[in-house]
Design a protein around this ligand. Structure first.
Ligand code: P6P
Length: 335
Protein backbone atom coordinates (compact mmCIF):
# COMPACT_ATOMS: atom_id res chain seq x y z
CA UNK A 1 0.00 0.00 0.00
CA UNK A 2 1.34 3.44 -0.88
CA UNK A 3 2.22 5.53 2.22
CA UNK A 4 0.97 8.72 0.55
CA UNK A 5 2.60 12.00 -0.44
CA UNK A 6 4.61 13.41 2.44
CA UNK A 7 5.11 17.15 2.82
CA UNK A 8 8.76 16.56 1.98
CA UNK A 9 7.86 14.72 -1.27
CA UNK A 10 5.47 17.53 -2.15
CA UNK A 11 7.99 20.32 -1.50
CA UNK A 12 10.80 18.59 -3.42
CA UNK A 13 8.44 17.86 -6.31
CA UNK A 14 7.42 21.54 -6.29
CA UNK A 15 11.07 22.60 -6.22
CA UNK A 16 11.71 20.74 -9.49
CA UNK A 17 9.56 23.33 -11.30
CA UNK A 18 11.45 26.31 -9.87
CA UNK A 19 14.41 27.27 -12.08
CA UNK A 20 17.58 27.76 -10.08
CA UNK A 21 16.03 26.26 -6.94
CA UNK A 22 18.84 25.48 -4.54
CA UNK A 23 16.89 23.39 -2.05
CA UNK A 24 17.04 26.19 0.53
CA UNK A 25 13.31 26.90 0.28
CA UNK A 26 12.68 23.16 0.64
CA UNK A 27 14.88 23.15 3.71
CA UNK A 28 13.03 26.11 5.18
CA UNK A 29 9.59 24.54 4.76
CA UNK A 30 10.95 21.32 6.22
CA UNK A 31 12.33 23.17 9.26
CA UNK A 32 8.96 24.88 9.74
CA UNK A 33 7.25 21.48 9.59
CA UNK A 34 9.65 20.13 12.24
CA UNK A 35 8.86 23.10 14.50
CA UNK A 36 5.13 22.51 14.03
CA UNK A 37 5.48 18.81 14.88
CA UNK A 38 7.37 19.73 18.03
CA UNK A 39 4.77 22.34 19.01
CA UNK A 40 1.98 19.86 18.25
CA UNK A 41 3.62 17.41 20.64
CA UNK A 42 3.95 19.86 23.53
CA UNK A 43 0.47 21.36 22.98
CA UNK A 44 -0.98 17.85 22.91
CA UNK A 45 0.70 16.93 26.22
CA UNK A 46 -0.57 20.15 27.88
CA UNK A 47 -1.09 19.64 31.59
CA UNK A 48 0.89 16.41 31.58
CA UNK A 49 4.13 18.36 31.24
CA UNK A 50 3.18 21.46 33.18
CA UNK A 51 3.10 23.82 30.17
CA UNK A 52 -0.35 25.31 30.77
CA UNK A 53 -1.08 28.62 32.44
CA UNK A 54 0.72 31.94 32.29
CA UNK A 55 4.41 32.58 31.98
CA UNK A 56 4.27 35.63 34.28
CA UNK A 57 5.68 37.69 31.40
CA UNK A 58 4.19 40.10 28.85
CA UNK A 59 4.83 40.30 25.11
CA UNK A 60 5.36 43.46 23.11
CA UNK A 61 1.60 43.72 22.77
CA UNK A 62 1.44 44.11 26.53
CA UNK A 63 -0.45 40.84 26.64
CA UNK A 64 -0.01 38.11 29.21
CA UNK A 65 2.18 35.39 27.68
CA UNK A 66 1.20 31.79 28.24
CA UNK A 67 3.96 29.32 29.00
CA UNK A 68 3.22 27.65 25.67
CA UNK A 69 3.61 30.98 23.82
CA UNK A 70 7.15 31.26 25.11
CA UNK A 71 7.94 27.54 24.62
CA UNK A 72 6.56 27.58 21.06
CA UNK A 73 8.60 30.65 20.19
CA UNK A 74 11.77 28.93 21.41
CA UNK A 75 10.91 25.81 19.41
CA UNK A 76 10.70 27.93 16.24
CA UNK A 77 14.06 29.55 16.98
CA UNK A 78 15.71 26.17 17.68
CA UNK A 79 14.27 24.63 14.49
CA UNK A 80 15.17 27.54 12.22
CA UNK A 81 18.44 29.10 13.35
CA UNK A 82 20.92 26.33 12.56
CA UNK A 83 20.34 25.33 8.95
CA UNK A 84 21.07 28.46 6.96
CA UNK A 85 17.58 28.89 5.49
CA UNK A 86 16.66 32.23 7.06
CA UNK A 87 18.54 35.50 7.59
CA UNK A 88 16.36 36.65 10.51
CA UNK A 89 13.11 35.91 12.33
CA UNK A 90 10.25 38.10 13.56
CA UNK A 91 7.69 36.79 16.01
CA UNK A 92 4.68 38.04 17.90
CA UNK A 93 6.45 36.89 21.07
CA UNK A 94 9.60 38.96 20.56
CA UNK A 95 9.79 42.77 20.74
CA UNK A 96 12.36 43.12 17.97
CA UNK A 97 13.70 41.11 15.04
CA UNK A 98 15.66 38.02 16.14
CA UNK A 99 19.19 38.01 14.71
CA UNK A 100 20.91 34.65 14.29
CA UNK A 101 23.87 34.06 16.63
CA UNK A 102 27.29 34.82 15.15
CA UNK A 103 28.64 31.92 13.16
CA UNK A 104 25.20 30.60 12.15
CA UNK A 105 24.79 30.45 8.34
CA UNK A 106 22.37 33.01 6.89
CA UNK A 107 19.78 31.99 4.31
CA UNK A 108 17.77 33.72 1.58
CA UNK A 109 14.50 34.08 3.50
CA UNK A 110 12.90 36.07 6.29
CA UNK A 111 10.41 34.26 8.52
CA UNK A 112 7.59 35.96 10.41
CA UNK A 113 5.41 33.95 12.73
CA UNK A 114 2.86 33.82 15.45
CA UNK A 115 4.22 30.71 17.19
CA UNK A 116 0.97 29.98 19.00
CA UNK A 117 -2.09 31.96 17.99
CA UNK A 118 -5.24 31.73 20.07
CA UNK A 119 -3.27 30.96 23.20
CA UNK A 120 -6.17 32.16 25.39
CA UNK A 121 -7.77 28.88 24.31
CA UNK A 122 -4.94 26.63 25.47
CA UNK A 123 -6.02 26.36 29.10
CA UNK A 124 -9.54 25.40 27.99
CA UNK A 125 -8.31 22.82 25.45
CA UNK A 126 -9.69 24.55 22.34
CA UNK A 127 -7.80 24.44 19.01
CA UNK A 128 -4.81 26.76 18.59
CA UNK A 129 -2.32 27.18 15.77
CA UNK A 130 0.99 28.42 14.42
CA UNK A 131 0.92 31.00 11.61
CA UNK A 132 3.93 31.70 9.36
CA UNK A 133 4.82 34.06 6.54
CA UNK A 134 7.94 33.92 4.35
CA UNK A 135 9.61 36.85 2.56
CA UNK A 136 12.80 36.99 0.49
CA UNK A 137 15.74 38.38 2.48
CA UNK A 138 17.66 41.29 0.95
CA UNK A 139 20.93 40.33 -0.76
CA UNK A 140 24.11 40.77 1.22
CA UNK A 141 22.53 41.91 4.50
CA UNK A 142 23.98 39.84 7.33
CA UNK A 143 21.47 40.89 9.97
CA UNK A 144 18.27 42.19 8.38
CA UNK A 145 16.45 44.59 10.68
CA UNK A 146 12.82 45.61 11.04
CA UNK A 147 12.99 47.79 7.93
CA UNK A 148 13.81 44.78 5.72
CA UNK A 149 10.72 42.97 7.03
CA UNK A 150 8.29 45.79 6.24
CA UNK A 151 7.04 44.46 2.89
CA UNK A 152 3.38 44.34 1.80
CA UNK A 153 1.71 40.93 1.88
CA UNK A 154 1.87 40.66 -1.91
CA UNK A 155 5.63 40.03 -1.53
CA UNK A 156 5.20 36.84 0.52
CA UNK A 157 6.79 33.84 -1.24
CA UNK A 158 4.92 31.39 0.99
CA UNK A 159 2.45 31.42 3.87
CA UNK A 160 0.70 28.87 6.00
CA UNK A 161 -0.45 27.64 9.34
CA UNK A 162 -0.50 24.54 11.46
CA UNK A 163 -3.77 23.83 13.27
CA UNK A 164 -3.51 21.84 16.52
CA UNK A 165 -7.05 20.49 16.57
CA UNK A 166 -8.64 17.04 16.66
CA UNK A 167 -6.02 16.34 14.02
CA UNK A 168 -2.88 18.37 13.39
CA UNK A 169 -3.01 19.91 9.92
CA UNK A 170 -0.45 21.98 8.07
CA UNK A 171 -1.91 24.24 5.36
CA UNK A 172 0.44 25.88 2.88
CA UNK A 173 0.54 28.10 -0.17
CA UNK A 174 3.66 28.87 -2.20
CA UNK A 175 1.66 30.93 -4.66
CA UNK A 176 0.07 28.11 -6.66
CA UNK A 177 -3.05 27.26 -4.70
CA UNK A 178 -3.60 25.89 -1.20
CA UNK A 179 -2.56 22.41 -0.06
CA UNK A 180 -3.44 20.64 3.18
CA UNK A 181 -1.42 17.99 5.04
CA UNK A 182 -2.47 15.92 8.04
CA UNK A 183 0.06 14.73 10.62
CA UNK A 184 0.36 10.94 10.86
CA UNK A 185 1.75 10.66 14.38
CA UNK A 186 2.64 6.99 13.90
CA UNK A 187 5.34 7.91 11.38
CA UNK A 188 5.76 11.59 12.29
CA UNK A 189 5.01 12.77 8.75
CA UNK A 190 2.60 15.33 7.34
CA UNK A 191 0.72 13.50 4.54
CA UNK A 192 -1.10 15.32 1.75
CA UNK A 193 -4.85 15.15 2.34
CA UNK A 194 -6.29 18.00 0.20
CA UNK A 195 -4.97 20.07 -2.71
CA UNK A 196 -6.28 22.96 -4.84
CA UNK A 197 -8.53 23.99 -1.94
CA UNK A 198 -11.21 26.51 -3.00
CA UNK A 199 -13.72 28.55 -0.99
CA UNK A 200 -17.36 29.05 -2.06
CA UNK A 201 -17.91 32.64 -3.16
CA UNK A 202 -21.08 32.81 -1.04
CA UNK A 203 -21.78 31.65 2.49
CA UNK A 204 -24.36 31.38 5.23
CA UNK A 205 -21.92 31.51 8.14
CA UNK A 206 -20.32 34.55 9.79
CA UNK A 207 -17.68 34.72 12.52
CA UNK A 208 -17.35 37.83 14.69
CA UNK A 209 -17.09 38.55 18.42
CA UNK A 210 -20.59 39.95 18.92
CA UNK A 211 -19.75 41.18 22.43
CA UNK A 212 -18.09 44.13 20.65
CA UNK A 213 -21.28 45.06 18.77
CA UNK A 214 -21.79 48.43 20.48
CA UNK A 215 -18.31 49.52 19.27
CA UNK A 216 -18.68 48.53 15.60
CA UNK A 217 -18.65 51.03 12.74
CA UNK A 218 -21.88 51.49 10.75
CA UNK A 219 -20.97 49.21 7.78
CA UNK A 220 -20.32 46.28 10.14
CA UNK A 221 -23.47 47.01 12.16
CA UNK A 222 -25.43 46.98 8.89
CA UNK A 223 -23.92 43.74 7.54
CA UNK A 224 -24.31 41.73 10.76
CA UNK A 225 -27.86 43.05 11.24
CA UNK A 226 -28.67 41.85 7.70
CA UNK A 227 -27.18 38.42 8.48
CA UNK A 228 -29.33 38.25 11.62
CA UNK A 229 -32.46 39.24 9.66
CA UNK A 230 -31.98 36.03 7.70
CA UNK A 231 -34.27 35.12 4.82
CA UNK A 232 -36.73 37.92 5.73
CA UNK A 233 -33.94 40.47 5.33
CA UNK A 234 -32.09 41.88 2.28
CA UNK A 235 -29.65 38.94 2.09
CA UNK A 236 -32.59 36.54 1.62
CA UNK A 237 -30.99 33.65 3.47
CA UNK A 238 -30.58 32.47 7.06
CA UNK A 239 -27.07 32.64 8.58
CA UNK A 240 -25.27 30.60 11.23
CA UNK A 241 -22.62 32.08 13.55
CA UNK A 242 -19.35 30.66 14.83
CA UNK A 243 -16.67 32.27 17.09
CA UNK A 244 -13.82 30.04 18.24
CA UNK A 245 -11.57 32.97 19.26
CA UNK A 246 -8.75 31.21 17.45
CA UNK A 247 -8.09 32.70 14.01
CA UNK A 248 -6.40 29.56 12.72
CA UNK A 249 -9.47 27.48 13.53
CA UNK A 250 -11.79 30.07 11.93
CA UNK A 251 -9.73 30.28 8.74
CA UNK A 252 -9.53 26.49 8.50
CA UNK A 253 -13.31 26.22 8.82
CA UNK A 254 -13.73 28.83 6.08
CA UNK A 255 -11.30 26.97 3.78
CA UNK A 256 -13.32 23.82 4.43
CA UNK A 257 -16.93 25.08 4.17
CA UNK A 258 -16.87 28.80 3.35
CA UNK A 259 -17.75 31.69 5.64
CA UNK A 260 -16.74 35.22 6.54
CA UNK A 261 -14.44 36.05 9.47
CA UNK A 262 -14.40 39.58 10.81
CA UNK A 263 -12.28 41.35 13.37
CA UNK A 264 -13.08 44.88 12.17
CA UNK A 265 -11.99 48.27 13.40
CA UNK A 266 -14.23 49.52 16.23
CA UNK A 267 -14.42 52.53 18.57
CA UNK A 268 -12.86 50.60 21.49
CA UNK A 269 -9.83 49.69 19.36
CA UNK A 270 -9.64 53.26 18.05
CA UNK A 271 -9.74 54.61 21.62
CA UNK A 272 -6.72 52.40 22.41
CA UNK A 273 -4.79 54.08 19.56
CA UNK A 274 -4.40 50.81 17.65
CA UNK A 275 -5.22 50.17 13.98
CA UNK A 276 -7.02 46.89 14.64
CA UNK A 277 -6.94 43.82 16.88
CA UNK A 278 -5.06 41.32 14.68
CA UNK A 279 -1.45 41.73 13.59
CA UNK A 280 -0.73 42.50 9.96
CA UNK A 281 2.66 40.85 9.39
CA UNK A 282 2.19 37.41 10.95
CA UNK A 283 -1.58 36.95 11.20
CA UNK A 284 -3.50 38.96 8.59
CA UNK A 285 -0.99 38.78 5.72
CA UNK A 286 -0.35 35.01 5.77
CA UNK A 287 -4.05 34.24 6.25
CA UNK A 288 -5.02 36.72 3.51
CA UNK A 289 -2.56 35.04 1.15
CA UNK A 290 -4.05 31.61 1.83
CA UNK A 291 -7.64 32.85 1.53
CA UNK A 292 -6.94 34.63 -1.79
CA UNK A 293 -5.07 31.59 -3.15
CA UNK A 294 -8.24 29.59 -2.39
CA UNK A 295 -10.39 32.08 -4.34
CA UNK A 296 -11.57 34.11 -1.36
CA UNK A 297 -10.99 37.78 -0.49
CA UNK A 298 -9.31 39.57 2.43
CA UNK A 299 -9.93 43.24 3.17
CA UNK A 300 -9.42 45.76 5.96
CA UNK A 301 -12.87 47.04 4.90
CA UNK A 302 -11.15 49.88 3.08
CA UNK A 303 -8.36 48.10 1.16
CA UNK A 304 -6.97 44.70 0.21
CA UNK A 305 -5.00 43.43 3.22
CA UNK A 306 -2.11 42.22 1.05
CA UNK A 307 -1.57 45.75 -0.25
CA UNK A 308 -1.23 47.42 3.16
CA UNK A 309 2.23 49.00 3.37
CA UNK A 310 3.56 48.08 6.84
CA UNK A 311 5.14 50.77 8.99
CA UNK A 312 5.88 48.70 12.07
CA UNK A 313 6.50 44.99 12.56
CA UNK A 314 3.78 44.51 15.21
CA UNK A 315 1.21 46.80 13.67
CA UNK A 316 -2.41 45.74 13.72
CA UNK A 317 -5.06 45.83 11.01
CA UNK A 318 -8.83 45.30 10.68
CA UNK A 319 -9.56 41.90 9.11
CA UNK A 320 -12.56 40.87 6.98
CA UNK A 321 -11.82 37.66 5.05
CA UNK A 322 -13.43 34.60 3.51
CA UNK A 323 -16.09 33.97 0.84
CA UNK A 324 -15.41 36.48 -1.91
CA UNK A 325 -18.92 37.83 -2.46
CA UNK A 326 -19.55 38.42 1.27
CA UNK A 327 -16.23 40.25 1.73
CA UNK A 328 -16.99 42.38 -1.33
CA UNK A 329 -20.39 43.26 0.13
CA UNK A 330 -18.89 44.36 3.46
CA UNK A 331 -16.19 46.37 1.65
CA UNK A 332 -18.91 48.00 -0.48
CA UNK A 333 -20.75 49.03 2.71
CA UNK A 334 -17.53 50.66 3.94
CA UNK A 335 -17.23 52.56 0.68
P1 P6P B 1 -11.26 37.95 21.15
C1 P6P B 1 -6.40 35.11 19.50
O1 P6P B 1 -5.95 35.78 20.67
C2 P6P B 1 -6.64 36.15 18.43
O2 P6P B 1 -5.46 36.83 18.15
C3 P6P B 1 -7.21 35.49 17.19
O3 P6P B 1 -6.69 34.21 16.98
C4 P6P B 1 -8.70 35.45 17.47
O4 P6P B 1 -9.47 35.46 16.30
C5 P6P B 1 -8.92 36.73 18.28
O5 P6P B 1 -7.65 37.07 18.87
C6 P6P B 1 -9.95 36.54 19.39
O6 P6P B 1 -10.18 37.81 19.95
O7 P6P B 1 -11.40 39.46 21.32
O8 P6P B 1 -12.53 37.30 20.69
O9 P6P B 1 -10.64 37.25 22.33
Amino acid sequence: MRIGTTLTNYIIDNQRHIPGATGEFTGLLNDIAVACKKIADVVNKGGLVNVLGSADTENVQGEQQKKLDVISNQIVIDALQHNGTIAALASEEMDSVYHLPDGKPRGKYLLLCDPLDGSSNIDVNVSVGTIFSILKAPEGVDNPGEREFLKPGTEQVAAGYCLYGPSTMLVLTTGNGVTMFTLDRDIGEFLLTRKNVTIDADTREFAINVSNQRFWEAPVQRYIAECQQGREGPLGKDFNMRWVASMVAEVHRILTRGGIFMYPMDSKIQASGKQGKLRLMYEANPMASIIEQAGGAASTGRQRILEVQPEEIHQRVPVILGSRNEVKRVAAYHA
